[in-house]
Ligand binder design. Structure first.
Ligand SMILES: C[S@@+](CC[C@H](N)C(=O)[O-])C[C@H]1O[C@@H](n2cnc3c(N)ncnc32)[C@H](O)[C@@H]1O
Length: 256
């Protein structure tokens, strides 16, 4: 067994995170640069240290999760969501069941609430947002962001739903109230059912083909017929019909 394989086994026992389901070369590179920076010589040495040091464990989690996000990421796709996907879904169902999976620090579920608020009152909006990383969820709940995270936010939405505090922007409580955050591991936990919309973007790129296949299959089972999966802009699904998906638009898949 290699040094990395032993590390993968130890991390799984300690945290229930299975690194074997993430692309190996990429993950190994990220983690090697972290342990070398910390002065360790091998994955085993690194594990023994983080096993006893909560702060180092957090640094490891932070390095492996990659929390980069922004509001309205790939803005053109959000126009399609607003002008085509939401109107169709709302014709079928007045109160939509929505899941932002791997939501990181909250920009994505808050963008969903803001976009949907152009169609229905906020009191009718309720979004579940989940991530593996509890530190990211804590930041999401705080809802405070630097200006660069808002680059793609339409100006009217920025004026309506953010308060400027110093050099930061705070999401208004009326938007925060529409989102409930929870910890959820896409590779291990059970998936809720009957969603109208699942948004899962910029995380599948880190998983092995086998893990992706399982997750797409789970998403398909979690969507009602006619429901939509919205994926990231480098994450086109090869052969969507295999998961009972039709293409609704680029990066949007409709459950048959
Ligand atoms: C690059 S961010 C994507 C954030 C947002 N969806 C977006 O597109 O801007 C990837 C997120 O995936 C989360 N993640 C990684 N592995 C996960 C897993 N197994 N289950 C749930 N979330 C996971 C990370 O914690 C991180 O917050």
């Amino acid at each position: 067994m290699t040094d990395y394989e032993q590390f993968v086994g130890s991390i799984k026992r300690k945290t229930s995170i299975d690194l074997a389901l993430y692309k190996e070369a990429q993950m190994k590179r990220r983690l090697t640069s972290l342990y070398e920076k910390k002065g360790f010589k091998s994955f085993i040495e690194f594990f023994n240290a983080l096993d006893r040091d909560r702060e180092l464990l957090d640094e490891f989690l932070d390095r492996m999760t990659i929390n980069v996000s922004e509001f309205y990421r790939n803005g053109k796709r959000w126009e399609v969501l607003q002008n085509k996907v939401f109107p169709r879904l709302l014709q079928q169902n007045k109160k939509l069941k929505i899941w932002s999976a791997a939501c990181s620090t909250g920009e994505e579920p808050y963008s969903l609430a803001m976009t949907l608020s152009n169609h229905v009152p906020l009191s009718q909006i309720s979004i579940t947002a989940t991530d593996l990383d509890e530190n990211a969820i804590a930041k999401a709940k705080a809802g405070i962001y630097p200006e660069r995270s808002l680059a793609e936010v339409p100006k009217d939405i920025q004026a309506k739903y953010f308060d400027k505090e110093g050099s930061f922007y705070k999401v208004k409580d009326e938007i925060k109230r529409t989102v409930s955050f929870k910890k959820h591991n896409l590779l291990k936990d059970t998936y809720d059912q009957n969603y109208d919309l699942i948004v899962c973007r910029n995380v599948m790129i880190y998983f092995t083909e086998e893990a992706k296949d399982q997750i797409y299959d789970n998403f398909s089972k979690s969507l009602r017929s006619g429901g939509v999966l919205f994926v990231g802009s480098t994450e086109q699904i090869f052969n969507p019909s295999r998961y009972q998906f039709d293409i609704e638009d680029t990066f949007f898949y409709r459950k048959m």
